[in-house]
Design a protein around this ligand. Sequence first.
Ligand SMILES: [Fe+2]
Length: 237
Amino acid sequence: MIDFHSHFLPDVDDGSDSVETSLAMLHESWRQGVRLMFATPHFYADEDDPESFLARRSEACAQLREAIEVRQELEIPDVLLGAEILYFPGMSVAEELRALSMGSTPFLLIEPPMIPWRDTMLDEIEQTGENLRCIPVIAHVDRYMRMLRDASLFDRLRDRRVLTQVNASFFIHDSERALDLLRQNRIHFIGSDCHNMDERAPNMGAAEEIIRLDGASEYLGTINERIFSLLERQQQL
Ligand SMILES: [Fe+2]
């Protein structure tokens, strides 16, 4: 399984607050069957720039790498680096955002703000893909459906040149709808969006079990293939 969205890097955002927590999150993910995990720290353009973000991300990786070397017996997934970019007006001409893509893939994970979606925002996200020669992925669409109480959001993305990521919790809390969308190939990536080992802990295993029991495991294979076919090289820790 691939976890496409997580916050396990230590001390870079509101995710893991220590190297120990990061190791626990990685090991727990591995235990649940995750074999590749994208680190997607938050990127907020109004308080950060890509260059300093990348420096902080590298620093966090270096700390984690050191701890992994000491704990070589610990089983953990392979790790690739990415970002969760908060949408901002003007992002479609921010060429420097390309450096924040997911591993060596052209996928750019974009998080809309938690307010009703305007068409102009979706237009600009599509334009970002075109201008930056990347493929926008809308982060945790299910979370907006739940928090904005808007069941139409998936339909609004249907004819747009963007892909969708949902959280593993979608399968746990709204499994019928999640499985339907998975079978219609309208869910392109799944992530835990894990932040810690408490209330936002790794949970890909529970989602995988629901998908497997429903006989839909082949769709997880499709997701893996979508990622592996575009991964040129692994940026492992
Ligand atoms: Fe996130």
